[in-house]
Design a protein around this ligand. Structure first.
Ligand SMILES: [Fe+2]
Ligand SMILES: [Fe+2]
Length: 540
């Protein structure tokens, strides 16, 4: 078939050149590139710094047919390298070869190294040639300041619409002059799996499971060690004394089982994960049902989980089973990276009960985090493009502390938190109560807080939100709802000490498809809802 090459389409000359860790970082390196299908085979040539002995490695190749183009992907696996050694390389075929680039392998016995973390650098505009030039200059600036960067880790949304190759063509231009020298480890984000039936007009949105274009371009770039059916989207690699697990957004049940098995046998000093959607999100209307509770068990075996998605910054206290701690040994820290390419948050961000540090990033700015492992100490500095530091923390596993010190909250009266946010004044005089092991709350304050409908009549309260309603009656277990009459396990009661309000058993939130949990250590009840709706009632 005769094809007209699109703008930024593949040519016989290698492009999208990227190095990445695909095996032992001390002795191997993957080189990825793309050409038009005119080029049938490709190879890398490499030599050790100071040596004239050139070694050839034939690349694996696969056809990548996208929505606009057809190309050959090449992956050359350089093996048998010496640790801590600089190598020069080129890639291509006999007639079309790249410039010469270089990289350094991981030194033996390494326990001190640095990596950069970026997230949500996605750019959709213009639709046929997204512009990543700002991101390119930003990362080059950070690399100039941190020339000893071992690799760059992303937390997803590397593109705005990954099922359209125009977007990857833009994204790879954003990595030009960077990815040829520093291994880039991509995490898949929801936007990397996204496509439109009609791309130009943004009609017919869908999400590819598995992420087709992501996997087809990066198949040979990363360890092919993910769970069956979800490889490349998920992979693990080791660097120095740290184990990294990169998690995709699809197949959470399979990923959970795989991650659990992966971490059970892990003896590395650091267990670091990346997963695009935050567990401890900042958005007022976000949710973590994508990972919680399905992946709770495996994720909480990690020391640290980098996330993105919100384009806003937040660092959590160590968290396990809904409880918040001070000591890093007690739980997982969710480090939600801000965006790295002038992408303001689409949601209203809040500091939540689980946050130890927070910045909403609602000014048009970009963030890059520098992570420095030094034995059992890990320092992470997240700074904005103008140099202002949004957060710097040291996680010290030897002393089991995080600095700057911050105490996870403890409340003397049990508070309700909705999507991690304190109801504040709403529950000032109506905190939760436990009677004979059963939790009750004044649910009308929760519905008032999120904009649901509340109608109080004599001995009754009517609540409506998220497309469901329920009518509760004093001293009764029977509830009328939009889905018929329901019997609760315990009766509603009038609380004379708390503004005479009707107190409803917490299980009743399930009538509205919410889930709840009690965090004993901190003494709060967390209520979550899966949707990202804003159910404020309409003013007639
Ligand atoms: Fe994003
Ligand atoms: Fe996202």
């Amino acid at each position: 078939m005769e094809r007209t090459k699109p703008l930024r389409g593949s040519t016989p000359q290698p492009d999208h050149i990227m190095i990445s860790i695909y095996g032992d970082a001390k002795t191997s390196m993957a080189v990825t590139w793309r050409t038009s299908t005119d080029v049938k085979c490709g190879y890398a040539l490499y030599r050790e710094y100071g040596s004239n002995k050139v070694i050839r490695v034939d690349a694996e190749t696969e056809v990548f047919e996208s929505d606009i183009d057809i190309s050959n992907m090449f992956w050359a696996h350089l093996e048998g390298l010496k640790p801590g050694t600089k190598y020069y390389y080129t890639c291509g075929d006999d007639t079309h070869r790249s410039n010469e680039f270089f990289f350094t392998t991981q030194p033996e016995g390494l326990t001190k190294f640095k990596f950069l973390c970026v997230s949500d650098q996605q750019k959709g505009e213009p639709f046929d040639a997204p512009d990543y030039s700002y991101f390119n200059s930003l990362i080059k600036r950070y690399l100039k300041e941190h020339p000893d960067t071992a690799f760059i880790l992303t937390a997803g949304d590397n593109t705005d619409c990954g099922q359209h190759e125009q977007q990857w063509n833009g994204a790879f231009l954003g990595w030009e002059g960077i990815a040829e020298y520093v291994p880039v480890m991509f995490t898949e984000g929801n936007h990397d799996t996204r496509g439109f039936k009609d791309y130009r007009n943004g009609i017919g949105r869908y999400y590819s499971e598995p992420a087709e274009f992501f996997c087809k371009q990066l198949k040979g770039s990363y360890p092919y060690n993910g769970p069956e059916g979800w490889k490349t989207e998920n992979y693990t690699f080791d660097y120095g004394n740290a184990h990294f697990t990169v998690l995709g957004v699809n197949g959470p049940e399979d990923v959970n089982a795989w991650l659990k098995a992966d971490l059970e046998n892990c003896t590395a000093d650091w267990k670091i994960g990346t997963y695009h959607f935050p567990v401890c999100y900042t958005g007022s209307d976000c949710q973590n049902y994508d990972c919680y509770p399905v992946m709770t068990e495996s994720m909480e075996m990690l020391d640290l989980l980098f996330s993105g998605h919100e384009h806003s910054f937040g660092r959590s206290f160590p968290r396990k089973n809904e409880e918040l701690f001070e000591n890093p040994s007690k739980g997982m820290i969710n480090y939600v990276l801000g965006n790295s390419n002038h992408n303001p948050p689409g949601t209203r961000s809040l500091s939540k009960v689980w946050h130890s540090a927070f910045y909403p990033m609602e000014d048009i700015t970009s963030m890059v985090a520098v992570a420095e492992v030094d034995g059992k100490k890990l320092t992470i500095t997240a700074s904005l493009e103008d140099g202002r530091i949004a957060d710097r923390c040291v996680i010290d596993k030897e002393r089991d502390v995080i600095e700057p010190y911050a105490l996870a909250p403890y409340f003397n009266r049990t508070r309700m938190m909705y999507k991690g946010a304190d109801l504040g004044l709403c529950q000032y005089q109506t905190t939760c109560e436990n009677i004979d092991g059963v939790w009750y709350s004044c649910l009308s304050v929760l519905f008032s807080y999120f904009g649901g409908k509340v109608e109080k009549t004599e001995n009754q309260v009517y609540l409506e939100g998220y497309g469901h309603w329920a009518k509760f009656t004093q001293d009764s277990k029977t509830v009328e709802t939009d889905r018929g009459t329901v019997e609760l396990k315990n009766a509603v009661y009038r609380n004379a000490e708390k503004k005479n309000q009707l107190y409803i058993p917490m299980d009743a939130v399930e009538l509205f498809d919410m889930r709840w949990a009690y965090a004993k250590r901190n003494n709060f009840i967390l209520v979550e809802h899966e949707s990202e709706d804003k159910p404020i009632t309409v003013q007639p």
